[in-house]
Write a protein that binds this ligand. Structure first.
Ligand code: COA
Length: 532
């Protein structure tokens, strides 16, 4: 009875068109992701290999349990900036000796692995994920420290990195640092603050100041090994707990450290779940290239949840927002999915009630975005759209169950907030390549600017140049369009990654599993005042 049916016609021209548009976007995405994987480019990769070193992703691969997935986060960080895509850091969640861990690895082929403003944002986000979900952290360190030309952007906020490590430790979340190379000056505090430290023989360089700096400061003659080599730290300073003879040995020892953490997740893993009744591949043909055309989110839900089984809540009330209960890879979830784009008063009230129910029952929430925002207009203002939208935002803000957000299509205006946008602390937020997010649609924004400019000219008694207005509108539209696209937003770390729609169930399953490392407990009260 509660298994969703489907009305998707996979033989229709619309389906073919939607699918082709998404596949084209996925090709663009793959090209950008390849840049992150390519690191600093052939010359630097070659040099790194000649030094007998493993690349960041190879280190991660050796660290993880064989044939287990790695959920890489924010691979497009720094996209659209002056820095290399990927931000010289790899972060993600993987399984080590059966323990889900948050892993970070500097990419030493990109400007010596130095941290630029985007590296910092990405590292801080990784720490946030580890903290919220109680994931042990393993840092694979080899970095030139602060990217010196951009020091003004990173020096002061960057201090949080070391604070985070010790706060994780204070919260009982294990931290492990494996040092493969340079980890000097501020970087020395990564091993310095970590619970467990492994250093690689004749490779690790962990000192507050290198030989030239020491010479300048005190006149003392020294060398890398005596100042900060692995052997010195293992035998003399005691900063290294484990001495590794080479990189594979360091990764093997890191696995042993994790094996001995005696780590237990707050919730046991659920039994193997039934897959959806419909092919996940069909997720490519649902979202129209033109986001003005609505689509039924039940078609998406039917391809994400266990057995396509979905108990819809209040299906007859506020139909522009679909809400209901399901399981995803065995984990219970409450789903809120935009159906017709606009959120009205009824939808907002329904969402507020639904979010409270999920909190009472300790059920994580999944937000599937395709909204142009809350309804405007006299009738709706008089009907109390502000206070009803505020109810939904209150519920989302003060909810304590974990939230997952996926931007499938539009995610505009306060609708982005009500649907648990980035600023509302979803545990994870991903976008499909079909998504767009901004304060409003490009045409609407350009139109509003034009109306305001026209009114301003009229108020000053000045003539209005219609030709210039058309040019300006086109320019603004283009700018807003490019700033609404997933790659741009992902570059700024406004999501945790742009994903292939076909991977959504797997990605959400990995996230739900990570989330259940920490206790899932909803708010029993503690919401702000709901304006009735
Ligand atoms: N900021 C900005 N650029 C940096 C950098 C930093 N901290 N560290 C390295 N780079 C750049 C280098 O200028 C070089 O650029 P180029 O190839 O265009 O000439 C590139 O990154 C690679 O550096 P290189 O020195 O050739 O690599 P390496 O692997 O031989 O050595 C380091 C790497 C990190 C050991 C070495 O670059 C270094 O000591 N950097 C400074 C470390 C430091 O004191 N940081 C301050 C900490 S707060």
């Amino acid at each position: 009875m509660t298994v969703l049916g489907t009305g998707l016609d996979t033989a229709s021209p619309e389906y073919a068109e939607n699918r082709a548009a998404l596949l084209a976007k996925l090709d663009e995405l793959a090209a950008e992701q390849a840049k992150a994987v390519g690191g600093g480019g052939e010359k630097y990769v070659e040099r790194h290999r000649k030094r007998g070193k493993l690349l960041a992703r190879e280190r991660i691969e050796l660290l993880l349990d064989p044939d287990t997935p790695f959920l890489e986060l924010s691979p497009l960080a720094a996209w659209g900036s002056d820095y290399q895509v990927g931000a010289s850091l790899v972060t993600g969640i993987g399984v080590i000796e059966g323990v889900e861990c948050l892993i970070t690895a500097n990419d030493p082929t990109v400007r010596g692995g130095a941290s630029n403003p985007w590296t910092l944002k990405k590292a801080l986000r990784a720490n946030e994920i580890a903290y919220a979900n109680r994931l042990p952290v393993v840092s694979l360190v080899e970095s030139g420290g602060a990217d010196l030309p951009s020091q003004k952007e990173i020096f002061i906020p960057g201090g949080a990195l070391f604070k985070d490590i010790t706060r994780l430790s204070a919260a009982g979340i294990p931290t492990v640092a494996v040092v493969f190379g340079n980890s000097t000056a501020g970087g020395a505090y990564v091993p310095g603050m970590s619970d467990h430290v492994i250093m690689v023989k004749e490779r690790a360089k962990v000192f507050l100041g290198g030989p030239p700096l020491v010479k300048m400061a005190t006149g003392e003659e020294s060398d890398d090994e005596s100042l900060g080599g692995a052997e010195m730290h293992a035998r003399t300073s005691g900063l290294a707990d484990y001495f590794a003879v080479d990189e594979p040995d360091a990764l093997r020892q890191a696995r042993r450290v994790v094996a001995r953490l005696n780590w237990r997740k707050a919730h046991a893993d659920p039994p193997i779940a039934e897959p959806p009744k419909y092919d996940e591949d069909e997720l490519l043909g649902i979202v129209p290239g033109d986001l003005k055309i609505p689509f039924d989110p039940r078609e998406v839900i039917a391809r994400l949840v266990d057995g396509s089984d979905f108990d819809e809540f209040k299906p007859l009330y506020g139909p522009s927002l679909t809400t209901g209960w399901a399981r995803l890879h065995g984990y219970p979830v409450g789903i809120l999915a935009n159906a017709q784009g606009v959120l009205f008063s009824e939808e907002s009230q329904k969402a507020a009630q639904f979010i409270q129910l999920a909190n009472q029952r300790d059920i994580p929430l999944l937000f599937l975005h395709n909204t142009t925002g809350y309804m405007v207009g006299k009738e709706y203002e008089q009907g109390g759209i502000i206070k009803h939208g505020a109810m939904m935002i209150n519920a989302v803000s003060n909810s304590r169950v974990p939230h997952l957000s996926v931007l499938m299509g539009a995610s505009y205006g306060a609708g982005h907030y009500g649907m648990c946008g980035r600023a509302y602390d979803p545990r994870f937020l991903f976008a499909w390549p079909s998504a767009k997010s901004a304060v409003m649609g490009p045409q609407q924004l350009a139109g509003v600017l034009s109306i305001v400019a026209r009114a301003s000219a009229a108020a000053k008694g000045q003539p209005y140049d219609d030709e210039a207005d058309a040019g300006l509108r086109a320019m603004v539209e283009q700018q807003i369009e490019s700033e609404s696209l997933p790659m741009f937003l992902s570059g700024r770390l406004y999501d945790d990654g742009v994903i292939d729609p076909r991977d959504t169930r797997t990605v959400l399953g990995l996230c739900l599993s990570a989330i259940h490392s920490a206790p899932v407990e909803g708010a029993r009260g503690g919401f702000g005042i709901f304006r009735m």
